[in-house]
Design a protein. Structure first.
Length: 379
């Protein structure tokens, strides 16, 4: 596929980390460059638009009818094309609670993925299961829940060619402390699907866990005499927290509370989408379980929410338009923060020179997606 090379984005309000500035963005050789002399390609008129970095989704399972856990390379390409079309230019899809052989196939497929011209970069894998609590499985398959295993994780990491960037863990389960201590310097460890109390979560963060998966969901809530894991995360400046701002999972007031509590430097917007994202309503598979999609809701047979069908661009819109999150904070949480969380700071989630040339234009009045520039070329 031949795409038009873009050398300049002119006339827009450009996201510069924490604010918007009226300036031009220059691109050359697929990257953001410092000035017009280094630019190569046509100019785009971005008058009336915000220019933001391509979004970075570090927690979603699938889209366009495909799921990373299928272990199907063609499916990954469909996901990459759909996500890029929605302005999500770097993806870190999440596997589920599944047997090791299934996870190995998924890891190898991700390792072999090379994006076509219109497909997002696959920059990592998020291992959401199987090291979770049997008491907080959510839409995961309880048959495959197991205790943390350093050896299993390292086998999977080898199969993936080092692509696992996040691994989830319930810190109250047997072997969790040793797992965190052994792997905290190799992969970002996230507390997830947990019944942990405050002290257990605080110990996990002190040992090396640095992330909290889909804040509020599949974990104890905050209570004044039993605070749970959320305050333990909030108290540490080095812990980031995901949140699903799809308008279904969490009340807007609780999303605003999370941003106020954690600060917009540590919040990460994620979509948690299923293979049904971008597809019609109906029944879909998630880790071997049926999920019924109606509107923007996806539920398993017992009525529990089973991820989302709102891609990250829609979550960004909902966070700003329906929940009152400031635009700059929401953009930071969908770009720079997730990139930093998985070790890609400076390459993705920014429009500074040296970054991959991913630029998204949003209408200033409606926040609708107007244009995606992927690795310096217009989609």
């Amino acid at each position: 596929m031949e795409l038009t090379k873009i050398g300049a984005v002119r006339g827009g309000e450009v996201f510069d980390g924490g604010r918007f500035t009226a300036r031009d963005v220059y691109l050359g050789a697929g990257s953001i460059v410092a000035d017009e002399a280094q630019a190569d390609g046509e100019a785009i008129d971005a008058t009336g638009c915000y220019a933001i970095p391509g979004l970075v989704d570090i927690h979603f399972h699938g889209s366009a009818g495909a799921d990373i856990s299928d272990g199907d390379l063609d499916g990954l390409h469909r996901m990459g094309a759909y996500e890029a079309s929605r302005g999500v230019t770097a993806i870190c899809p999440a596997t589920m609670t599944l047997p090791e052989d299934v996870l190995t196939r998924a890891a190898r497929a991700a390792r072999d993925y090379e994006p076509a011209a219109d497909e997002a970069d696959l920059v990592g894998i998020n291992m959401e299961g199987p090291y979770i609590s049997p008491g907080k499985v959510g839409a995961q398959n309880p048959q495959h829940v197991r205790n943390p295993s350093v050896d299993e994780f390292r086998r999977l990491q080898e199969a993936a060619g080092g692509l696992f960037k996040l691994v989830d863990i319930a810190p109250e389960e047997p072997g969790a402390d040793a797992f965190i201590a052994a792997l905290a310097h190799e992969v970002r460890i996230s507390i997830a699907h947990t019944t942990a109390d405050y002290d257990t979560a605080a110990r996990a963060f002190a040992t090396g866990a640095r992330h909290l998966t889909h804040l509020y969901n599949a974990m104890p809530g905050m209570q004044h005499r039993n605070p749970g894991p959320i305050p333990a995360a909030a108290e540490r400046d080095d812990v980031t927290a995901e949140i699903i701002a799809d308008g279904v999972h969490i009340h807007p007031a609780m999303v605003r509370l999370a941003f106020n509590m954690m600060g917009d430097e540590r919040m990460v917007l994620v979509s948690d989408t299923l293979r049904a994202a971008g597809m019609p309503e109906g029944v879909y598979d998630l880790g071997g379980q049926d999920v019924t999609v109606t509107g923007y809701e996806a539920r398993i047979d017992n009525g529990a929410l089973a991820g989302s069908v709102s891609d990250l661009m829609r979550c960004l819109y909902v966070a700003v338009h329906d929940m009152g999150i400031p635009l700059a904070s929401a953009v930071k949480a969908a770009t720079a923060n997730p990139a930093r969380a998985i070790g890609l700071e400076g390459r993705y989630g920014t429009l500074e020179p040296g970054a991959v040339g991913n630029v998204v234009l949003l209408d200033r009045d409606t926040l609708e997606l107007r244009q995606v520039i992927l690795r310096g070329r217009a989609l």
